[in-house]
Design a protein around this ligand. Structure first.
Ligand code: MF3
Ligand code: CO
Ligand code: CO
Length: 264
């Protein structure tokens, strides 16, 4: 595996990018209400990133290749049974009872900060609130495993065990990732117990990666919609996701995308 180790100068830039990504989620919170379109939420995030933060929204045109236009919007917004990579649209209106993930990645001074959180829209059924809470606990349990000498597989194991103890399942087709000057770099951070000699590694200070568990109320299977991006649960039951960008420090972890409602 080719895992980059960030210098202290790199880490200072990662801190800035991470804080900006977290700030976008804090900025957008009061607008996540019944009746708003996901297109409007995306436009507000885009304008804030470009005009206020003077940064770049990494998802816009991401994955473009000859014959493939790339992701068309600046954030991913994923409602209910959408697992990840939902495409914001003026036609998609939030309604009371929805659970929604907004995933923000910014590039500042060449470095990426990547974070997402769930929002509850209006009155949400206890069943769905519980899925959102347990998924956040999965992220936090994964983060607590981050320290030099532990392994990537320690992260996947605690996440999967907590999800399964709550009778949920863990998405396997999408995973966390190394991050830095490159949006998605090695290592892959899988959120289930599928590690082997090839994809596991010992954590070292200066590694930076995301942890971003996608937890399903029903079965783990996903399906890609015809737009080539939107991933939904096969059984159409709801899915939740929370994501942070983490640095391995000398004695543990630093959450680079911490919000002010969190106290790591
Ligand atoms: N932010 C997502 C992640 O957590 C990636 C989005 S790529 C996009 O890795 F093209 F779908 F925007
Ligand atoms: Co993300
Ligand atoms: Co990510």
């Amino acid at each position: 595996m080719n895992v980059t180790i960030k210098s202290s100068e790199d880490l200072e830039k990662m801190r800035i990018a991470g804080r900006l990504a977290a700030d976008v989620l804090e900025m957008i919170e009061p607008f996540v209400k019944p009746g708003v379109s996901t297109g409007e939420l995306d436009q507000r995030c885009h304008d804030y990133i470009v005009n206020v933060q003077k940064a770049i929204p990494a998802p816009l045109h991401y994955g473009a290749a000859p014959g493939r236009p790339g992701f068309p919007k600046s954030t991913c917004i994923s409602i209910n049974q959408v697992v990840c990579h939902g495409i914001p649209s003026e036609d998609k209106l939030l309604k009371t009872g929805d659970i929604v993930n907004i995933d923000v990645t910014v590039i500042k001074d060449g470095f990426h900060g990547d974070t997402s959180r769930m929002f509850l829209v209006g009155d949400v059924q206890p069943f769905n609130r519980r899925l959102v809470e347990v998924t956040q606990e999965c992220l936090y349990l994964g983060i607590e495993q981050v320290k030099p000498g532990n392994r990537l597989s320690d992260i996947g194991r605690v996440i999967a065990r907590h999800a399964h103890a709550n009778h949920y399942s863990v998405v396997e087709e999408y995973c966390g990732h190394g991050i830095g000057r490159v949006f998605h770099e090695e290592p892959q951070v899988i959120h289930y117990e599928g590690y082997n000699e090839k994809n596991d590694c010992v954590l070292q200070p200066g590694m930076t990666f995301t942890i971003e568990p996608m937890i399903n109320a029903g079965k783990k299977g996903t399906k890609l919609l015809g737009d080539g991006w939107t991933a939904v649960t096969r059984d159409r039951r709801p899915s939740a996701q929370w994501e942070h960008t983490i640095a391995v420090t000398a004695d543990g972890y630093e959450v680079l995308t911490r919000r002010s409602d969190e106290n790591f």
